[in-house]
Design a protein around this ligand. Sequence first.
Ligand SMILES: Nc1ncnc2c1ncn2[C@@H]1O[C@H](COP(=O)(O)OP(=O)(O)OP(=O)(O)O)[C@@H](O)[C@H]1O
Ligand SMILES: [Mg+2]
Length: 367
Amino acid sequence: MYHKIPDPTQRRIEEKLSRLQDRLAMEAVHKVIEFDRTPVDLKADLDRFVIGQEMGKKVLATAISFHYRRLGRALKQAVMETGQDIDLALRKTENPKANILITGPTGCGKTYTAEIASELVGVPFVKVDMTKFSEVGYVGQNVSDILADLLIYANGNPLIAQMGMVYLDEIDKIASEPVTTRDVSGRGVQKGLLKLVEGMENTIELGRERIHLTTKHVLFIGGGAFEKLESSVKKRLTRKMLPGDWETSHHTDDFVACGMDKQLMGRFPVRVVFDRLTTQDLQDIMTHSEGSPLKSYVNDLRAWDIDLEFTDEALGEVARRAQEEEIGARGLITILHRILLEDMYRGPGTFTGKLVVDGDYVREKML
Ligand SMILES: Nc1ncnc2c1ncn2[C@@H]1O[C@H](COP(=O)(O)OP(=O)(O)OP(=O)(O)O)[C@@H](O)[C@H]1O
Ligand SMILES: [Mg+2]
């Protein structure tokens, strides 16, 4: 049936929607202004999702908690001075920020921890694949894409977009080869990023609208495997006969030795190394993490009245096999998928009740 809504009603609906959107936007802004989670609170929330990575969670929770508390306080002050104009306050606020650099092996929770933290704070999270940058060799279009993504994840609200987090994934892929002369990708891209991560004024054109966005308050988090970092730090420690763990003794120059630009590294002062996950960590991810891939299989199958259960032996076996894949927690998804594929295909509609997976079942499926 076709309904024509009379114009005045339509206007009323639009006004209501617009007011609702404004209210939601203001609520989101106020959440940042009133941010009061301590590093310990934030770390405790991260613990529900991220297994292991004690140092990583501690460093991230502290940096993020301080960033948003600092920003919130500065905004509050500026809003009082400018008479409620948050946009102006955002531009006036000088918020010395400390971007974060995370290194560690693949699949150990670098991106995951940062993303969960952004959800806990309630700000947009944009993940950027840095290999895109090295392919093009300059930053131009990619920067516009980042800003557009921030706006999208902020539901079109520029105020919130400017308070988001941007995760630069595989940042080590824009490293330059230290000795080659034909260095199209690395150096130029790294130099091009300096302004963006430090804070830069931008204008986005959306149809007839022009939106001003500053990255002054955006928290940038770089993540990468930096495979040569460990040996580079160890070499330096041995050469200078210094004691200490490489994980806590890295310097800017060690990143420079891996092909990173010194100035760019200077804009990522908070640095932390994430650990390789142990077999026990992998097992705990399945049983304790709120984001457990096993829990999602259990929920999915429950929707078909199938109660999936893994015995302790099966869990140990899955964790061990996942460890052998050497792709961190992503190995769990690969293994679980292989074990459960047939049951997920045939089970729904033909079987209800308990489905117990034991050690033998895992071994049989993983031949
Ligand atoms: N420590 C962890 N605790 C709980 N889940 C984890 C952990 N590490 C990884 N995961 C799970 O594995 C998935 C992949 O991890 P993530 O994307 O964080 O890897 P990464 O360290 O960023 O790796 P890469 O260097 O390849 O980008 C996550 O989405 C999450 O489900
Ligand atoms: Mg990642």
